[in-house]
Design a protein around this ligand. Structure first.
Ligand code: SIN
Length: 341
């Protein structure tokens, strides 16, 4: 006969084992969660071998080194995850944690950022760099937090050149009536209208095909983008106008960023600062090398412009400064001009 004492003891042991098992199932997922890295998706639209592509890869390397086991950064280049029409929405929805759109693509969020699109405002990329590092430039990083976007850094690409499928591209009158692909920016739209051309807003991933099939005749971009997207293969002339800038703001979802553990936020900030220095040092060299590659390929002619030509382009485009001054603010335009030295 079974001893009732033994039965009580067995049931006690069984109950204890069950509650231990129950406790384990309740605790284990938490442990598992605590141990699994925070996955950070960094989506962008250009190729890996561009200034932005290199910056994103460097950020991944540094963030994972500084925060081992705590973060995993997944980089998605070339519009693989989101094209530039969707990436800002995806960031706000939490589908991606970092993006670095060109500055021209923020004008839905703040008019102030249109300062970067004003043609011939900056003499060169060094001037852009000085402005971005000034108090006025740094202030723009937090100018969109009420819309959920926090800027963490500026990354350079370079100055824009103008290209078309025509042999002659030297003076503003040469683009009259031509169709140009532009980024989603009202300043750029007005800039091409001032040239009596027809601007068409279009996502970056669609530009090559639009140029190839003649949906548009031309576009404006940096040497690096013209090379890496092979635009030079479907354009006849690239005029060296340096009339504007394509740079980036690396942005994150402000709410997500604030909710990160403090040590993770600190590590990511440090990784971002170092990746920024790295990428910004590379930008000029990449653009110069890509300019040479385009020249060597001999497919599109690179049209050098005289001082007189450049003055004519400037005269045709400069009215944009006054036209957009109301939204941007005279103070920001002056701060940008001061950066020219
Ligand atoms: C980019 O460099 O991110 C894209 C620029 C463009 O849309 O032309």
């Amino acid at each position: 006969m079974t001893n009732p004492h033994t039965v009580r003891k067995r049931s006690f042991v069984a109950a204890a084992m069950m509650s231990a098992a129950l406790a384990a199932t309740m605790v284990l997922p938490d442990l598992a969660l605590a141990q699994s890295p925070i996955v950070i998706k960094f989506s962008h639209v250009v190729a890996d071998k561009t200034p932005k592509g290199q910056g994103a890869l460097k950020f991944k390397e540094l963030a994972e080194k500084k925060l081992p086991g705590k973060v995993e950064v997944q980089v998605f280049p070339s519009s693989q995850l989101f094209g530039d029409a969707k990436e800002l929405e995806a960031l706000l929805l939490g589908d991606v944690q970092f993006i670095a759109p060109s500055l021209s693509k923020f004008d839905r969020y703040t008019k102030k950022i249109q300062v970067f699109d004003l043609p011939f405002l900056f003499d060169d990329l060094d001037a852009v760099d000085r402005f971005q590092n000034s108090a006025a430039g740094q202030g723009l990083l937090t100018s969109m937090t009420s819309r959920g976007l926090l800027g963490l850094a500026y990354w350079h690409n370079g100055m824009k050149q103008l290209s078309t499928n025509k042999d002659k591209l030297q003076r503003p009158e040469d683009v009259k009536g031509l169709k140009f692909r532009i980024q989603a920016s009202d300043v750029l739209e007005a800039q091409f209208r001032a040239l009596d051309a027809n601007p068409q807003k279009m996502a970056f991933a669609e530009v090559y095909q639009a140029l190839q099939t003649g949906v548009v005749d031309g576009q404006e971009n940096t040497w690096s983008n013209i090379y890496s997207q092979k635009f030079f293969e479907v354009q006849k002339t690239i005029a060296e106008t340096n009339h504007g800038v394509i740079d980036y703001m690396v942005v994150t979802n402000a709410k997500w960023w604030d909710g990160l553990p403090a040590d993770v936020r600190k590590g990511l900030s440090e990784a971002m600062a170092e990746a920024t220095t790295y990428a910004n040092k590379l930008a000029n060299d990449i653009n110069e090398a890509d300019r040479k590659r385009i020249a060597d390929a001999g497919k599109a002619k690179i049209q050098k412009l005289t001082k007189d030509d450049l003055a004519a382009w400037r005269k045709a485009m400069e009215p944009m400064w006054k036209k957009f001054e109301g939204g941007i603010g005279r103070d920001l335009i002056d701060a940008a001009l001061k950066a020219n030295k």
